[in-house]
Design a protein around this ligand. Structure first.
Ligand code: SF4
Length: 331
């Protein structure tokens, strides 16, 4: 999948989703969100076309927000009919949707294919049935496996979205989920640490002291580990942490506006740690594009190593490949 991929995002509220997942406040939000109209889609495409980075061959119209294939059928087809002309005339390269694993079958996939849907993202929050049940997901890990296989068989690109730190989930459960997801060979994944929002069951559980979300540090450490598992398996991680949240709805959990950058810095901290020997002074060479990741936010990595007895100097060097480090002891 191209790194330059971009989405023209159309938010589809909780239309018809039969569930009440523990972390989801879509039922609450959907009361105030309006259903997109044909004109909304036309306007969103026009805005995207006026961007200097617009590239029709890497842009998809993306229906995000609810469970697209669980929407009342006539409405789902209307949305596809409104988006399809932009696929047909080459304005975008396809349509992207997100949905639930148990809202996928051959019949609905055939409809999606007819209208130019290219990529299907599934909420596969956990591959542990106990965690899925505890969080009221209403489907099993087997549903994720079956839907993923069907989506790939029908020639769509597959995206899987997992969460960390759900109610009842441990770091070991989340690592097992990543292992199971890798076995399904998705074309991309998104990793979201669980954030507790108002008007959700998780908010009630936090209120009763029955659930403690991850801290930012815990989520960064775990997500960095998961990302390296996906990197090794050559599965692109296209999102790490929520981009933005409605701050008025936030109750608890590891939200940080630069969560991905924190994970990038943690990854470099781990790489540098592996290359250090006895305490002392080291020069760490990195590609110029990795300089700020290697230093960490506000030089957090340099400070971390200094506290444990390593004086490290991070130096940009064009000969070093992106994501690599070369470590030399100071003379
Ligand atoms: S399936 Fe998706 S939209 Fe429906 S309640 Fe769960 S998270 Fe929310």
């Amino acid at each position: 999948m191209s790194v330059k991929h971009s989405n023209i995002s159309i938010f589809v509220p909780h239309l018809g989703c039969p569930n009440m997942c523990s972390f989801c406040n879509q039922h609450y939000i959907a009361r105030t969100e309006k259903v997109p109209t044909e004109q909304d889609i036309i306007n969103a495409v026009e805005i995207a076309k006026s961007s200097k980075n617009y590239n029709p061959s890497t842009t998809e119209i993306a229906f995000f927000g609810g469970s697209f294939t669980a929407i009342e059928r006539d409405m789902m087809i209307s949305l596809l009919e409104w988006a399809n002309p932009f696929v047909a005339d080459g304005t975008v390269c396809g349509i992207r949707i997100s949905t639930r694993p148990d809202a996928i079958d051959e019949e609905v996939l055939d409809i999606l294919a007819r209208y130019g849907v290219k990529t299907i993202e599934l909420g596969a929050q956990s591959m542990c049935d106990r965690v899925l049940t505890l969080n009221d997901r209403g489907h099993s890990a087997e549903d994720v496996i079956n839907a993923s296989i069907l989506i790939k068989q029908k020639g769509f690109l597959l995206g899987l979205q997992m969460m960390t730190g759900l109610y009842g989930s441990s770091a070991a459960d989340d690592i097992k989920t990543a292992e199971q997801i890798i076995k399904l060979s998705p074309d991309c994944v998104r990793i979201y640490p669980t954030i507790v929002l108002k008007n959700t069951r998780l908010a009630d559980l936090v209120g009763k002291g029955e659930y403690e979300p991850q801290t930012v540090d815990e989520a960064v450490r775990l997500c960095t580990r998961l990302k390296s598992m996906f990197d090794e398996a050559c599965v692109p991680v296209i999102r790490l942490g929520l981009h933005t949240i409605d701050e008025t709805a936030y109750i608890a959990g590891p939200w940080h506006p630069a969560f991905r950058e924190l994970c990038d810095a943690e990854e470099f901290k781990n790489k540098i740690s592996r290359g250090l020997k006895e305490k002392g002074c080291y020069e760490v060479f990195v590609n110029p594009r990795d300089l700020s990741k290697a230093k960490g936010q506000s030089k957090s990595n340099i400070d971390y190593f200094s506290k444990i007895g390593y004086n490290i100097k991070i130096i940009a060097n064009d000969d070093i490949k992106i994501n690599d480090v070369l470590i030399k002891g100071c003379e």
